[in-house]
Design a protein around this ligand. Structure first.
Ligand code: BGC
Length: 294
């Protein structure tokens, strides 16, 4: 059985070319309004490693404070005072969580150089869902992914989004796909690729992204009938040819998620690809993993 992975080193392999299992964006990148992150060298990422001089700046974005659901009934964020939370998270898709002396949940991938919640509303895990839709372009022969250009930073991305309160992840996958691309597909038919921690530039020591990614590869007839329409959160939507360069430039951990999706297609052929199509996908996976072409 080819089971989906919880937080595993493999999520970080194949794209960024850095130490497996280490978050990098969460230590070296930040949205423009974040203060500068406190430096965290590779060997001091794990919480077990002693780092007596570690004093990360504390940041919570004004938009998060304004959405405190204990004050604002339409708000999507937790209260800033964690003791007001009905329940402090004790586990996430990454497993059991540890907490600091103030009772705040700690990032399962280790230090980020930033305390507080930053732009994330929830203390601990903030859940997203990522529908990965691929096809092979019959004219160019390229593997393509249905991608949106994000408004926040202009990067191309899987048309994913946050799981709404009380929503099932399977519902989020189809809803986000529809809202961001105009496409309706039953993501229940998709193959589960990953559930767990995501290396995202918004992550902090106390709040981080976790996602559920599902993959659906569609044939040319279905793809041709699809009318693409960028939603509110997207600047543009298109079938993005997955060159190694385009894949590496995808948002957050999306390159790793897409590589996993394509590699899974080679192992199991769940969507019944022809020999020729499998060869195309195999070349791409080799290139994404920096392996020489066969
Ligand atoms: C995005 C997802 C992404 C997640 C973690 C969400 O805001 O919509 O596509 O996987 O953040 O980076």
């Amino acid at each position: 059985m080819d089971s989906p992975k919880p937080v595993t080193p493999t999520l970080f392999v194949g794209c960024a070319g850095h130490a497996p299992g280490m978050h990098v964006k969460a230590r070296t990148e930040r949205p423009p309004d974040y203060p500068e992150r406190f430096p965290v060298p590779d060997e001091l990422v794990p919480w077990e490693a002693d780092y007596p001089g570690y004093h990360p700046p504390y940041y919570v974005a004004p938009v998060v404070l304004a959405n405190d659901s204990t004050v604002n009934p339409k708000g999507w964020a937790d209260p800033e005072d964690i003791s007001l939370l009905a329940q402090i998270p004790t586990e996430s898709m990454s497993g059991r969580l540890r907490h600091d002396s103030a009772g705040r949940p700690l990032n399962p991938a280790g230090r980020t150089g930033m305390a507080g919640r930053g732009l994330l509303g929830k203390w601990g895990p903030n859940y997203a869902a990522d529908p990965i839709i691929t096809r092979i372009n019959r004219i160019s022969g390229a593997v393509e992914m249905l991608a949106v250009q994000r408004k926040d930073n202009g990067q191309w991305a899987i048309p994913g989004g946050m799981v709404d309160k009380g929503e099932e992840v399977s519902g989020t996958l189809s809803r986000e796909l529809r809202e961001e691309t105009g496409v309706t597909l039953d993501m229940g038919q998709g193959r589960l690729i990953y559930r767990g921690y995501v290396d995202d530039r918004r992550n902090t020591d106390h709040a981080w992204m976790e996602t559920t990614a599902k993959h659906l590869h569609i044939g040319p007839e279905i793809a041709e009938q699809m009318d693409l329409k960028a939603g509110d959160d997207a600047r543009a939507v298109r079938w993005l040819p997955l060159t190694p360069r385009a894949a590496r430039n995808l948002y957050a951990s999306h390159c790793s998620l897409v590589t996993e999706a394509l590699a899974g297609m080679l192992r199991l052929n769940p969507f019944g690809l022809s020999e020729e199509d499998l060869r195309i996908v195999s070349e791409l996976v080799r290139a994404l993993r920096n392996e020489p072409p066969r």
